[in-house]
Design a protein around this ligand. Structure first.
Ligand code: SAM
Length: 271
């Protein structure tokens, strides 16, 4: 990729930006110490914008930069790493390997991190865990690694399912974990064979969705879990917390506890 690095900002060089477009620029970006101007080929530039420098950057550099900046994520007892970071898991931590950039759920989002932490606070030994909106499969896999006997991850987006299955294989999780396209509640777009898919009631339910969907699904959460089962719900903006609290109260959930990370909230509750 050919980049012309021009000193200044969009503001200070406003009068010159048109000259760059006229010279054949394919894109302009204000980043770092100046303006990055993208070209398909080197061109002779007018004197007003001749104070920059040409750079040849390969796509490979961007990949390397991305990989270098991606840090392992410690979430309670679990450390989530990319495949090339397997050696960076601290002793005593449970490793969870996720190929980044494939589906939501690398652990870098506060909601995923809080949910993995909250799962680590539960005694999952021998339990049946349901993960609604599994994405990369991160929460289902965390539950499996934390001792769950059976974990089902469902997602309405079919693209996520093979990604989650690949991630599970990469983590050596070959039994007691299943990923399927589906959701809770026919009214919310569930598949016809959902009853068969979900099977017996679950001991724990985790869902990183969004507040409005938790509101719609709260009754389904009650229907697919055993009495007393902990719920771990996130994807909730602080401004929408009351909606989720009201939905949980409506469906008879108690012991509602809230954790916050920036603008994001995680709620746990039991019925
Ligand atoms: N569980 C992962 C995590 O915690 O990082 C991914 C969470 S991502 C925020 C939400 C996921 O929920 C997406 O993969 C999306 O396709 C899925 N989703 C959205 N609406 C859904 C629904 N009604 N039922 C099931 N999955 C849904």
């Amino acid at each position: 990729m050919l980049v012309y690095l021009l000193p200044g900002t969009f503001d200070t060089r406003e009068a010159h930006l048109d000259l760059l477009w006229e010279a054949g620029a394919t894109g302009l970006e204000e980043r770092g110490p100046g303006i990055r101007v993208y070209f398909d080929e080197r061109v002779t530039l007018p004197a007003e914008v001749a104070d920059g420098e040409w750079h040849e950057e390969t796509e490979q550099d961007w990949q390397a930069e991305f990989k270098k900046n991606l840090r392992p994520v410690q979430a309670g007892r679990v450390t989530i790493v990319a495949p090339w970071q397997r050696d960076e898991v601290p002793a005593g931590q449970i490793p969870l390997v996720i190929e980044p950039g494939m589906a939501f759920g690398t652990g870098h989002h506060a909601t995923t991190r809080m949910a993995v932490e909250a799962l680590g606070d539960l005694d999952l030994g021998g339990k049946r865990v349901l993960d609604v909106g599994t994405g990369s499969g991160v929460l289902a896999m965390a539950a499996a690694k934390l001792g769950a006997a059976y974990t089902l991850g469902v997602d309405i987006d079919p693209i996520t399912i093979p990604i989650a299955r690949d991630n599970a294989r990469d983590n050596g999780l070959t039994s007691g974990i299943r990923f399927e396209e589906g959701t809770l509640g026919l009214a919310n777009g569930g598949l016809d064979d959902d009853a068969e898919l979900f099977g017996e009631a679950y001991d724990v339910l985790v869902a990183n969705l969004y507040a409005e969907l938790h509101d719609l699904l709260a009754g389904e959460y009650a229907a697919v879990t055993v009495p007393g089962a902990p719920l771990v719900l996130t994807g909730i903006l602080t401004s929408k917390l009351e909606l989720v609290q009201a939905a949980l109260a409506r469906e008879g959930f108690e012991d509602v506890q809230v954790r916050t990370d920036g603008e994001w909230v995680l709620v746990t509750a039991r019925r």
